[in-house]
Design a binder for this molecule. Sequence first.
Ligand code: ACO
Length: 333
Amino acid sequence: MNLLEQIKENAKNNIKRIVLPEGIEKRTLIAADQAFEEKLAEIILIGNPDEIKKMAIENNLKNIDKIKIVDPKNHEKKQQYVNLLFDLRKSKGLTIEAAEKLTEDPLYLGVLMIKSGDADGEVAGAGNATGDVLRPAFQIVKTLPGISVVSGAFVMILKDKEFGEDGIMVFADCAVHPNPTASELAEIAVMTGKTTRAIAGFEPRIAMLSFSTKGSAKHEMVDKVVEATKLAKQMAPDMQIDGELQSDAAIIPSIGESKAPGSKIAGHANVLVFPTLETGNIAYKLVQRIAHVEAIGPVLQGMAAPINDLSRGCSVSDIVNLIAITANQAANM
Ligand code: ACO
């Protein structure tokens, strides 16, 4: 069984309620139908029920009439969610009128359902930009206790089995936090280790990447990674973490041995933590395209509930896969 099949199997064995706020987005609706068919989760669609049913008929989708649909403008819990949003955000200047309007926004409604215990996770982003998906989640669901930043990891399924864990590596942050401080970078490393255990299913060997290996270069950007490595080790003494390492020293055993002798991670890393979002986002896209690697994610980590953001260029199977991953995260929380 490959990793994706395993993730789907786990989802089937522990059914979670996954809300899809973009119920009137065609790929999302087809994915909802497919996820129902595969019994990956209990799906909740947000959108106008008449519009959803019309689209289901047009696209010959057989399962939509068995899926729960929540109309953002008219549903039994509307006032309860308005009150919750107002309570959570009034200190930030939100008025009750603004809360009423925002509660009708499917992206706000989805996270309000999670906050109220009416859903276990969310998948969105096929029709909305990353910031628009993440902002309501940051404002309402917020981060896990002890964690201050959300970040995004990709599980990279390589063709070349000699790298990582039998050809699987995890990269982060590739999606969310542009310029982390040393302590935020340490949190990102530890959260990526946890995501690796929960989703990829192996023990992480984490390399904190830089343009320097063990003091070969001097610069404040290197100092940040050195400090983050120290903090990450303190935060998670049970995790194997080393840095600062250049990417070749992290993944090529002979280079690891010569540049970082004595390091258990150098040459054998299966998790790469990038110093900034720029480097992480550029690296994962280049590896994905040039080496024809399957990149699963971004799997968002550090949030108090699993909420995942799709790329707007996603396919139906990307959405189905992310529903299964989100259900796995919910089961692991
Ligand atoms: N983790 C947790 N909370 C956060 C984070 C974070 N990384 N960033 C912002 N917040 C919180 C803030 O604390 C604030 O909370 P508050 O209102 O309760 O005080 C709230 O979110 C809004 O904060 P802003 O700073 O106003 O957030 P902003 O909207 O400016 O930025 C965003 C957040 C949208 C995630 C921004 O950092 C961003 O655009 N990141 C890049 C995303 C991106 O484009 N990625 C690349 C594409 S994805 C891909 O290629 C796979």
